[in-house]
Ligand binder design. Structure first.
Ligand SMILES: [Zn+2]
Length: 497
């Protein structure tokens, strides 16, 4: 591994806004990722952080419509940090401070800080209450993490900017318009952090900087204030950062980070990571850095992101335990400078698959029975989700089958116009898969609570399993009703002349 080109840091991103694992999970997870070659964690608490005092509402204590769940207790959060420290993993906390602020702006208390009144995503940087709130967030996060060297202040994907009357006016009357809106906010916050925590280095996501002209970035001395984390999650086929970006950043920043993805970057409701895609993303990054890193004074390393939701209101995508094989393969690919079959074999053995480790091309097969005895933390969850994903595919195939569409569609059932000959072959299939749905449900209920809190389990079941179960039950009941009615005669209404 060439540290100069590829950096020394390999942070594993923990996106706790979706399915935050129980603390006991990290007792095994942290030593495991350390063994795989991780050097630290990029810790995105979002609303799971035990904010106190004037920010206590963020944890959802007074919001019954809470989506992502209760925060960790102070004791649990401390335990998490202790466990990371025991494994000698660097911790870099990430707190959003501009966009992706739903976890704050959804609360009535801070509704007035929205850029667009109806949307809880982005803060209005012109509101005089915005910066005090952001400072309080930073203050509580920093106070809780002793000895950190870096703080990530987010700053990506500000969906709504320059839209409220005050911001519109600033866009129209100031020298740098929208770019100025963004940079004013970020640099003011960065300066506050520098003044109060002089030893702390500040990281921001880079996407909002990509389209801002070099001379504007230079005018703001952005390079003296923050280190950008360039994120790009695509596979080799569509990977595109390019020379101009590196050229521009090399004129401004001495220190640069990269961000890859090991999960949560394909479909927004993906259950199992598309491992091949994520390995390819890491290979593309290796190639990109091989070409361009020479332009950068210091490439610090990468964060391997693992998104749990696409945003605060999005449904869950891959759970952390389901992403472990992908994470492991991506880390090893990174360390080796490329993917190979040797990596596939050694990671398979490390995870306990022996000869049955699925190839990255693998699509869902029926889970082998009896269940495999794997060795990585949370493997029971992955096995259950592979089963669920497979079951869901078969369910979709059945309800969308030509047979159902041709002889058992909504019109036919509503008008009692069905043929028992068809129902006699549909009903056993529905009954069988319904039994299997109950088996998966029992398996997941029996295993998920070792790793996740009740609110996560309820969300998973309510999203992925219960709708399928209810639908199948309805079809079964309709089949039985139609069979009891027998063949009916179609009656045509005569038009009265
Ligand atoms: Zn505004």
């Amino acid at each position: 591994m060439d540290n100069l080109t590829f950096g020394t840091q390999r942070l594993v991103h923990l996106d706790l806004k979706g399915a935050p694992p129980k603390i006991t999970f990290f007792e095994k997870f942290f030593p495991f990722i350390k063994d795989c070659g991780a050097t630290g964690i990029l810790l995105e608490w979002e609303d799971t952080f035990p904010f106190t005092k004037e920010l206590i509402q963020i944890g959802g204590l007074s919001n019954s419509a809470q989506v992502s769940g209760a925060p960790y207790s102070l004791e649990e959060a401390r335990q998490l940090l202790d466990l990371a420290s025991d494994c000698d993993l660097t911790v870099i906390p990430l707190v959003q401070t501009f966009g992706h602020m739903e976890f704050v702006l959804k609360h009535e208390q801070w509704r007035s800080l929205r850029e667009v009144e109806a949307y809880p995503s982005s803060m209005c940087p012109s509101n005089s209450e915005t910066m005090p709130l952001v400072r309080r967030l930073v203050k509580q996060i920093v106070a809780f993490h002793p000895n950190i060297t870096h703080l990530h202040i987010g700053g990506d994907e500000i969906w709504h900017m320059g839209l409220c009357p005050a911001c519109q006016k600033r866009v129209q009357t100031t020298k740098y318009g929208r770019a100025g809106l963004y940079l004013d906010h970020v640099t003011e916050l960065a300066q506050y952090i520098k003044d109060n925590y002089p030893n702390l280095k500040i990281i921001i996501w880079d996407d909002m900087l990509r389209n801002i002209d070099l001379h504007i970035l230079q005018d703001y001395y952005v390079g003296n204030l923050v280190e950008p984390m360039i994120w790009h999650y695509n596979s080799t086929e569509t990977f595109q950062l390019g020379g101009l970006l590196w050229e521009k950043y090399s004129n401004i920043f001495s220190n640069i980070w990269g961000a890859t993805a090991f999960k949560g970057a394909t479909s927004s409701c993906q259950l199992i990571p598309v491992t091949k895609y994520h390995i390819s993303n890491h290979e593309a990054w290796l190639t990109e850095l091989g070409v361009h890193a020479g332009k950068i004074l210091n490439f610090r390393g990468i964060a391997l992101t693992g998104w749990s939701r696409f945003d605060h209101y999005a449904t869950l995508c891959e759970l952390l335990p389901c992403g472990i094989p992908s994470l492991c393969l991506c880390l090893k690919t990174w360390l080796a400078g490329g993917y190979s079959h040797d990596i596939q074999d050694s990671v398979g053995k490390m995870l306990g698959y022996n000869d049955t480790f699925p190839h990255p091309d693998y699509m869902y097969l029926r889970p082998p029975l009896p269940l495999p005895q794997l060795t990585f933390p949370g493997w029971q969850v992955l096995v259950g989700f592979e089963w669920l994903a497979n079951l869901r595919t078969r369910y979709k195939n059945i309800v969308n089958s030509d047979q159902m569409q041709t002889w058992f569609n909504l019109w036919q059932v509503s008008n009692n116009y069905t043929n028992p000959m068809q129902i006699n072959t549909i009903l056993p299939v529905i009954a069988d898969i319904l039994i299997e749905v109950t088996s998966v449900e029992n398996y997941l209920k029996g295993n998920l609570d070792h790793f996740f809190y009740q609110h996560t389990i309820e969300e998973l079941m309510g999203t992925l399993l219960i709708p399928i179960k209810q639908h199948l039950k309805q079809i079964k009941a309709d089949c039985e009703t139609q069979l009891s009615l027998g063949c009916r005669v179609r009656g045509y209404k005569r038009l009265s002349l």
